[in-house]
Design a protein around this ligand. Structure first.
Ligand code: NAP
Ligand code: SF4
Length: 675
């Protein structure tokens, strides 16, 4: 008997049956734009082999003006159709099913040709959209229907019409973006006309026996969004127009409420999808912050949906479903919802991958093959760099011994997990424990490896990490000065008024740790919703609480400082930095930039501004926390080199600047793939 009977149950759509209730949600990876069709095909085929019920591709543009960015991929001609055949054939050979998402970005398209119902510029794009006339609207509908017909010619099992997240179809639905007074605007009937016409014409273009999913925004999280009555009416009419499945969209991209970041509680929006259950006769899918089979099963058990969509978890682990089905759920590499290697890459024009799994989207490039010669390999340091090197080397058939002076593995991940909103790191550390035990690695915790210990190994990998940088501020040896490690490890008492020296990733983490109380919002959905102003879409349009965000009072008064004059937090993740900045603002955390640190005494921290460093002013605080960056811990590496043993140095021990778990894991994996 499986632990996940609901999740693994087939879903009969009448003309076809999905083998389980797991949809791999659409993600823009950038793979299609590489035009390396073997690489794209292998990415999807690996997920098909991993047992997912239905894959949805990244969004394909129906035409140039609707592409998310200039040059966005789509099925525009016979060659495109032939290229996509490579993908669909490979997925089918691996017993999978795949639908192509048709994504018209409307005013979110990053280009001067973008079109929309009305010329209302989006706050997240510099380009004002061109208002469509009748002919223009007809062209968009026709192009979307043609894209669906081409998807069928390319061998796809279906299409998903992207109608949520504030894209083109969504822009017609609400008065926030639709100011028209003709038959495409005004009344709700008129505003629904375009999405319904698209579904109808898509269905006509593909005939019966072809999956048509409609992704419907169930809670817009913007002013003047849809009411839930409107959502239900739209869903019923989408069904009547020919859709087979309704998928859930949560929040427009311009919404200032986080919807998928790690600080969003798991399954935070399944209650919204549940409201649609029983209102339509076709299956309903829910999504957002579902990242384990246990959570997915609970969502189905609670009657929130017929099927579950997960996207990023399939970057973290292509075998998610197969492992769940085999009773190996603990071996599923967890998506920690960090966005660091997926969405942050997309928004930087880079190919997506995964912090936890650097092989994602590099299936044909980063190949971990079995070794011809099994070596003895010592890895010193069981943080993310050392762990990924050890696991990859062991997977290849090497004999690995993993040392760490600490009594548990995980290194700095153990600090990160203390930060409110970063609880997913607990799951990541648990996963490493499971995988190290399973890989038969000789784990030597509590053992500081020295040169003598390491003599005799064929290869030595040094992953000893970092040390805090000493900012050398006059008076920093006082009792009121502590470093971030002791704070995050709960080793010191921190007063009610705090100054934080350094506003990098760790300075922000520490500020959140100190400004929040001991209870994490991640564990309390109602408190999280209050904090961000998420309302009930049955009561308030778009689910925006009229009273706005209602954060609890801060646990401490915090001042965050940096020497650079730039905005604090500018270098945080592209898609998550705003959440950290907003969170600190709500907690009343002050940021001071362009400062000079003059000295510290029992009263607090003295700072000045400008080159002249005149008139130092006192920031009166009880505790000063040093978060001034990090430097490599290279002691062991240097000793080994002196003893004529040449180590491989990775992670923070190699380069500390801009180190994060993404780089550490990537470097460890790539090194071990070559040994
Ligand atoms: P960091 O991001 O490089 O920030 C170091 C901070 O210390 C900066 O604010 C810097 O600003 C300041 N600083 C540098 N030298 C100083 C000195 N001599 N005296 C006083 N202040 C000094 O490093 P981190 O905060 O230690 O984080 C380490 C790594 O982990 C980073 O790569 C970070 O991105 C990553 N991380 C990321 C996240 C995330 O949310 N994605 C969270 C935690 C950590 P000034 O030089 O302007 O004063
Ligand atoms: Fe998940 Fe982070 Fe990997 Fe993206 S990079 S898939 S958010 S773990």
């Amino acid at each position: 008997m499986t632990q996940f009977p609901k999740l693994l149950a087939p879903l009969d759509l009448g003309f076809t049956t999905l083998k389980n209730r797991v949809l791999m949600g659409s993600m823009h990876t950038g793979l299609e734009e590489t035009k390396d069709w073997n690489r794209v095909a292998e990415f999807y085929a690996k997920r098909a082999r991993g047992g997912v019920g239905l894959i949805v591709t990244g969004g394909m543009a129906p035409n140039r003006e609707g592409g998310v960015f200039p040059g966005a991929a789509g099925l525009f001609n016979d060659q495109d159709i032939a290229n996509h055949r490579v993908i669909t054939d490979r997925v089918h050979e691996n017993d999978g099913k795949i639908a192509m998402q048709i994504l018209h970005a409307g005013r979110y398209a990053y280009g001067p040709e973008c079109v929309a119902p009305s010329p209302v510029k989006s706050p997240i794009s510099p380009f004002p959209p061109v208002e469509l006339d009748e002919d223009g609207i007809e062209k968009q509908i026709n192009d979307m229907a043609t894209a669906a017909a081409n998807a069928k010619l390319a061998g796809y099992d279906g299409v998903e019409v992207m109608g949520s997240e504030g894209y083109f179809l969504n822009q017609f639905l609400v008065t926030h973006t639709n100011k028209r007074t003709d038959r495409w605007g005004g009344s709700y009937e008129n505003r629904m006309r375009l999405p319904l016409e698209v579904v109808k014409r898509v269905r006509e273009a593909v005939g019966t026996d072809f999956i048509v999913i409609y992704r419907l925004s169930m809670i817009d999280l913007i002013p003047n969004g849809s009411t839930f009555d409107e959502v239900i009416e739209l869903a019923q009419k989408v069904e009547a127009a020919g859709a087979n499945i309704i998928n859930t969209g949560i929040g427009w991209h311009e919404a200032r409420i986080p919807t998928i970041a790690t600080s969003v509680p798991r399954r935070a929006f399944s209650w919204v999808t549940k409201k649609l259950m029983g209102q339509v006769g076709i299956p309903v899918i829910t999504s957002n912050r579902i990242n384990t089979p246990e959570v997915a099963e609970s969502v189905l058990n609670d009657g929130c949906a017929d099927m579950v969509s997960m996207a990023r978890p399939f970057l973290a682990d292509a075998e998610f479903v197969a492992k769940a089905a085999d009773g190996r759920a603990a071996e599923i590499a967890p998506c920690i919802a960090c966005n660091q290697a997926c969405l942050d890459h997309t928004f930087s024009g880079k190919i997506s991958t995964c912090l936890v799994n650097p092989r994602a989207c590099y299936e044909t490039e980063l190949v971990v093959g079995t070794t011809d010669v099994a070596k003895t390999i010592a890895v010193v340091g069981a943080g993310p760099a050392g762990l990924s090197a050890a696991l990859t080397a062991a997977e290849r058939g090497h004999n690995v011994t993993l040392f760490d002076a600490a009594d548990k593995l995980g290194g700095q991940l153990n600090m990160a997990k203390q930060v409110p909103g970063k609880e997913e790191f607990f799951g990541l550390v648990d996963w490493y424990n499971t995988m190290v035990a399973r890989a038969d690695i000789d784990l030597r915790l509590g053992q500081k490896a020295d040169v003598d210990t390491l003599r005799g190994f064929d290869e030595v990998i040094v992953a000893t990490g970092v040390q805090p940088r000493d900012p050398q501020i006059d008076g920093q040896d006082g009792d009121n000065v502590v470093d971030y490690i002791d704070v995050l490890r709960h080793k010191v008492t921190v007063g009610k008024r705090v100054a934080i020296v350094g506003a990098g990733g760790i300075g922000f983490d520490v500020a959140e740790f100190l400004a929040h109380g001991p209870e994490s919002l991640v564990e309390d959905l109602d408190a999280w919703k209050r904090n961000w102003g998420v309302g009930d879409p049955e009561q308030q349009r778009g689910g925006v609480a009229p009273e706005g965000p209602q954060p609890d009072a801060a646990a401490r008064e915090v001042v965050l400082l940096q020497r650079k004059a730039e905005k604090a937090g500018k270098r945080l993740g592209k898609t998550t930095g705003w959440i950290h900045r907003a969170d600190l603002k709500m907690k009343g955390v002050k940021t001071l930039t362009g400062v000079n640190y003059e000295r510290i005494d029992a009263q607090g921290l003295y700072i000045s501004f400008g080159e002249a460093r005149e008139n130092p002013q006192l920031i009166e605080v009880d505790t000063i926390v040093l978060c001034a960056g990090q430097v490599p811990e290279r002691g062991l590496a240097d000793e080994l080199i002196s003893a004529e043993i040449t180590p491989h140095v990775i992670g923070g021990a190699d380069v500390a600047g801009e180190l994060d778990a993404k780089r550490a894991i990537d470097q460890g994996t790539r090194l071990a793939a070559t040994l």
